[in-house]
Design a protein around this ligand. Sequence first.
Ligand code: ZN
Ligand code: ZN
Length: 165
Amino acid sequence: MGRSAVSNQHMTNKYLECPRDHSRLQETHVGEAQLDVCPKCTGQFFDSGEMFVSFGMKADPSYWDRTETASAVREAEIHCPRCEKKMLLQDVSYEGTKVEIDRCRSCAGIWLDKGEVDVLIKIGDKLEPLVNAETDKAKAELDKMGTPDFSGGMIARFVKMFKKD
Ligand SMILES: [Zn+2]
Ligand SMILES: [Zn+2]
């Protein structure tokens, strides 16, 4: 008993490599999230959900998957540091601000090169009033119906369609 009770858990977690220059990524804490940052090119890898945890709603991928940001997606030249699948390159642009980000379709991880996170947050800032307006509109529509919101948005909309006279 007790012999080597401290497992070498860290060793079993394969370390991540920078998809650009193959440097070993360093674990860095940003708020609650633990990011993997390249010491050489300062690129950052975010696991699914870590963008949101680190920077809030404005940096969440749901902000970029909108028609306004007109995202073109194509095959990226880099592989995901986490699962080694080929990543997808996505254009995110809004009102003259544009950035290309690498996303993994397998683990939903995101690779951001130096400076890209700042651009994404800038886009998030610009989109915020739009998203807030939509949320307010959806709330107002539910209020108009005068039904409690236990049915959820989709069903509520469905019911509304058939209520039309
Ligand atoms: Zn790097
Ligand atoms: Zn992946």
